[in-house]
Design a protein around this ligand. Sequence first.
Ligand SMILES: [Zn+2]
Ligand SMILES: [Zn+2]
Length: 270
Amino acid sequence: MYALNNKIALLTKHEKEVQIAPVFARHWPGDIEVNSTFDTDTLGSFDNTVARTLSPIECALKKANLACELTGLSQGLGSEGSFTGYAGIGNMNEEFLAFVDRATGIEVIGVYRQMTPLAPVIANDEIELKTTLSQYSNKQGWMLVENSGESEHIIEKGLIGIKQITYAAGHKFPISITPDFRAMMCPERQKNIAKTAENLLEKLCSPCPNCNSPGFVFDQAEQGLPCELCGAPTNQVLYRSAVCKQCGHTEKQQVTETTASSYYCNICNP
Ligand SMILES: [Zn+2]
Ligand SMILES: [Zn+2]
């Protein structure tokens, strides 16, 4: 395990410590010091009122560094998530949790990806609204939106349950709502943030055999496992590799299978 200090700073105003701190507590006896004085939404927000200029990883690192600056601690955490819509399937939630140690320059990023069926809803009456919302957690927050021509704007955020939504809409249908993806409003995201913290801890517990820097995990896959019938390379994984970000040390791990099913072969199963 990487040498964690007794205190690590976390920058969040969306209560992400609720998901992150218990995961750390299983591996480390220290404290997470939450700082919520910085408005993280100024780095980009889910209602698109503030455009995102940084990539999610850059943003997570920026928050981790800000956490250190605001608390005076040398180790900090910053979390950032994104949602990418796929029509008819839902949204891909990609979560990142950055750890920085400003004393050593070490940066480690926890990553987790998960599809969610959460998507915008247009309901023509209360029954339709009820039926659609029943597919999701009753703790999921929603934003009431107004579609005017091609643009849409958000009227109210953080609405939970049919009563709050219909009240905010003045009981007028159709009602158009979109998921509120802020961490404290989105139970699915909360689960994914906890998984991201687990991934970060796994990396903090995986030192490079050459330079001892954390984050040495076999997370890069190389395709090309040979077909069982003709031996041609397929798109199945041939080996996984770990690359140290600090010293470049690389190791490869063969998968246990030696051949791929001909099902995946472009020659045998075009
Ligand atoms: Zn190394
Ligand atoms: Zn083949």
